[in-house]
Design a protein around this ligand. Structure first.
Ligand SMILES: Nc1ncnc2c1ncn2[C@@H]1O[C@H](COP(=O)(O)OP(=O)(O)OP(=O)(O)O)[C@@H](O)[C@H]1O
Length: 286
């Protein structure tokens, strides 16, 4: 596993990428090895977004990528999902390298992706939204409806299968989106600020739900956020990025029991991370 800094050593600078192994390891759900990425800009210049990113997501863990706006968090998730290729470095998904091409050996059905906006189709019921990924697959209509119904029950919406998105609250829509990302029973769930548009109370409920589902399913979760408290509440490991170009500033293990919200230990860690951010740069913008 990637060496991690301890809580006490947290304000030290990034783990040295040179110390990281380069051999694919199937115990790692995801592995990023010296990943860099630039985008071309309209004026012909290039924008360096990620620089020499190396860390692992151990199978079954919850890893939070914590970083300011523009530090390349979504870009990195898109690489893990095979939607983008790194310019330099390697991205390994369940031991297989992805290069952003359809010829990659990765079994993409083992990944789920939940976005910041729920992206529900307004003309489809909750059940039909959840079952979308199964519809064109080999399982029959009855089987996909049963699977989709089971996911809705898992997120507490078993009685809302026939409701349409406009008939649901923000929190309920978020649950439907979560059910949709779980319907293929993925081994890895990529989550890009999925609860950032919810009110504080609903967000807390979703954190509890997510941790419960994680205990039941034991999938690996990569949770992108710029909210320090959210990272501390959810994650086993936090990888904190510096402002653009995103680099691994700090990597730490969070070895605290759940639930963490409001506990003195979690509050102390939140304060410590906020102090590290304040010392890192005045450019930390959410
Ligand atoms: N396809 C693209 N083409 C050009 N520039 C891009 C592309 N995708 C992202 N960028 C730029 O790369 C930078 C990093 O974007 P990214 O969305 O990865 O950051 P982020 O850390 O997820 O930010 P936020 O927290 O605001 O979502 C941004 O400046 C963005 O404009």
């Amino acid at each position: 596993m990637t060496p991690v800094t301890t809580m006490d050593a947290m304000t030290s600078t990034a783990t040295s990428p040179a110390t990281l192994a380069t051999t694919p390891d199937r115990r790692q759900a995801l592995a990023f090895r010296h990943v860099s990425k630039q985008f071309g800009r309209a004026d012909g210049a290039s924008l360096e977004v990620l620089r020499d990113i190396s860390f692992d997501v151990p199978a079954g863990s919850v890893v939070s990528i914590l970083g300011p706006s523009g530090s390349g968090k979504s870009t990195l998730l898109n690489m893990a999902a095979g939607l983008l290729a790194p310019d330099q470095g390697r991205v390994l998904v369940l031991g297989h390298e992805t290069t952003g091409k359809t010829t990659d050996a990765v079994d993409w059905s083992r990944l789920g992706y939940m976005f910041q906006d729920d992206r529900l189709l307004p003309w489809r019921s909750a059940l039909a939204n959840v079952g979308l990924a199964l519809e064109s697959g080999p399982i029959g209509r009855r089987a996909w409806r049963e699977r989709a119904q089971a996911q809705l029950a898992l997120v507490g919406l078993g009685d809302f299968a026939s409701a349409y998105p406009h008939q649901l609250s923000g929190g309920m829509r978020s649950r439907v989106a979560l059910a949709r990302s779980l319907v293929t029973e993925p081994d890895i769930l990529l989550m890009d600020e999925p609860f950032s548009r919810l009110d504080a109370q609903t967000r807390t409920t979703m954190h509890t739900e997510l941790l419960r589902i994680h205990r039941e399913r034991n999938m690996s979760i990569v949770f992108v956020t710029h909210d320090v408290e959210e990272a501390v509440i959810l994650a086993d490991h936090i990888v904190m990025f510096s402002p653009r170009p995103g680099r691994v500033h700090t990597e730490l293990a969070v070895d605290l029991p759940h639930p963490r919200l409001g506990t003195p230990e979690a509050q102390a860690l939140v304060a410590e991370l906020r102090a590290a951010i304040a010392g890192m740069s005045a450019d930390w913008v959410i």
